[in-house]
Design a binder for this molecule. Sequence first.
Ligand code: GTP
Ligand code: MG
Length: 354
Amino acid sequence: PSVIVKKLFLDGIMVTVNQEIDFEKAQEIALGYDIIAEPEEKIDVIEELLKEEDEDESVLVPRPPVVCVMGHVDHGKTSLLDAIRDAHVTDREAGGITQHIGAYGVSINGQRITFLDTPGHEAFTAMRMRGANSTDIAVLVVAADDGVMPQTIEAINHAKAAGVEIIVAINKIDKPSANVDRVKQELSEYELIPEDWGGSTVFVPVSAKTHEGIDNLLEMILLTAEVLELKANPKRHARGLVLEAKLDKGKGPVANILVQKGTLHVGDYIAAGACSGKVRAMMDENSRRLKEAGPSTPVEVLGLNDVPNAGEILVATETDKEAKNFAATFVSEGKNRLLEDTKAKMSLDDLFSQ
Ligand code: GTP
Ligand code: MG
């Protein structure tokens, strides 16, 4: 603004920073300058976030599937995830206290699966809007004694909109009132037709209570993932998704991040939404400290200067300045009128001092 006000002044036009000028004058001025003041630093945040770099096949390596568990309230999503973890407790670090981090990894005979357990949650809505990059497979949990309910339908719509593969887990089959066929019937109205009925959707009857069918479900998830041939480049700056974040009294801002691409390291400069910082420490879902986290890994990240919003994208950058610039640009693009205040506060002396 100072440059423009000065230029106008020299042209004999006295204006204040928040004054309007006519289009012709604005155009004349704009044509006289490189409009982007600092080309190599200016980041088009939206562009940057949506950009899908073409990565060379040779740098891509297999990554674990990210599986979102969705469904109507009380149909047993959390119980199912607990059952999966209990059944494979030997694959986990002993003594770890599982925290609520919204996502965790399970290792099945050496093959990892990342589960997201905040499905009907705002984080998922944000993910859906960001595109299909975050979740690979949706496990739709439907209680066999309750059938298709409003949030079941909502979950189906979310998964379809995101273009994710749906696997149906018919839960609570241990209950006397369970009716698996009714669930199949009801879901076929939403184009989810079981294979034994001539369709192409995988249906797995399970019980989170007795653990019946759990291994079969995991097998189906791994089979589906295999077909998807999921890959990522672990050797680039990390990019991830904020699943949830909070302010912790002792630790400061804590963000639960799903690393989607690249590898996040302790010491990396990061930005997420309007926040920036440096990774001070990272923890997995068992509170083990990690030095680095590769694609499809959920981690708790300490070191941001503020609490980002769920659904915002985290990026690791080369320099501190870049991270700050990223966050600042996010703010300026999001609330682009913010500048007006600052401008109004500038005195004429400030304007001419440059
Ligand atoms: P929200 O997170 O609130 O949407 O619920 P949820 O889908 O996570 O359901 P949750 O796992 O909390 O289970 C709801 C209730 O169903 C609990 O009382 C569970 O004990 C019960 N439940 C879950 N799975 C089974 C099952 O396979 N059999 C039986 N009998 N009960 C189950
Ligand atoms: Mg739950």
